[in-house]
Write a protein of this length. Structure first.
Length: 267
């Protein structure tokens, strides 16, 4: 039977590998890249809207999730709580190492929030430099609403500074003994108590959509190659088909006949 080769262990292993790879391309890898492309489009739209609209008092947004208002410009009036301050380590800003300075902020008549005051460059590549002291009285800040980063590792003390691995209000709040509202606020340039302002993300589409199309193409190529070799093996002469026993007999008979013909004149 011509399709018998499909049950051979080697062909079964190849078929499994091809279909698993193609399935991953279509159901995991391509959707993942499409999702990243959608996130980039949403981020670009939010940043563009923020740049085109005036900031609003933060109290008008406190009942909304940070995911809904990310990159929205806000004003915060209150005072810094420097005792709860921390620095986020292992950061990169414009291609160079940096620390981000995170300071709790008591909103007047509102909750305590986390403010990202900007970044500083490390001393000798590893140490936190001296930080600018924050104003002691009431100030008004202009900032951008941001979502917490996902790394939830606890803070630790090093070089006289409380340090964290991510900008996460829950982590800073645990270390400082403060009940911080989820999310944080990134200062814009020139604000009271600000360090070097963090740059806005680049407003480009990124490569994610093309990456998604590439994964779809890879999956289709894998299935196409499998189908091509399957058809080739079904046709006569396939390398994996078992030889026809009758063909062996015929070849043997012809060989014997030639031998007999060659031996005949010598008699």
């Amino acid at each position: 039977m011509r399709l018998k080769f499909l049950l051979q262990p080697g062909w079964l292993a190849l078929t499994l590998a091809v279909w698993v790879f193609a399935g991953a391309c279509f159901t995991l890898l391509a959707p993942w890249q499409f999702g990243r492309d959608a996130e980039r489009e949403a981020q670009n739209a939010a940043v563009t809207t923020s740049l085109r609209t005036d900031p609003v008092p933060v109290t008008t947004l406190l009942d909304r999730s940070n995911a809904d208002v990310e990159w929205r410009g806000v004003t915060l009036t209150g005072r810094y709580l420097p005792d709860g301050q921390a620095v986020a380590r292992l950061r990169t800003v414009q291609g160079e190492a940096a620390f981000e300075v995170l300071t709790p902020f008591q909103v007047s008549g509102g909750p305590v929030v986390l403010v990202d005051r900007g970044y500083v460059r490390p001393v000798n590549g590893i140490k936190v430099p001296d930080l600018e002291p924050v104003p002691t009285g009431e100030v008004t800040l202009v900032a951008l609403a941001r979502r917490d980063e996902s790394d939830d590792r606890d803070a630790f003390q090093e070089d006289r500074h409380r340090q964290v691995y991510s900008v996460n209000s829950a982590v800073v709040g645990r270390a400082a003994g403060l009940d911080l509202r989820p999310g944080y606020f990134q200062l814009t340039e020139g604000q009271p108590g600000g360090e070097e302002a963090l740059p806005l993300p680049k407003l480009d589409a990124g490569p994610f959509f093309s990456y998604a199309l590439q994964w779809i193409a890879f999956g289709a190529m894998a299935l196409g190659g499998w189908l091509y070799f399957t058809v080739r093996e079904v046709r006569p002469g396939g390398a994996l088909r078992e030889p026809d026993p009758k063909a062996k007999v015929r070849r043997k008979s012809v060989a014997e006949q030639l031998a007999e013909d060659e031996a005949a004149p010598a008699r």
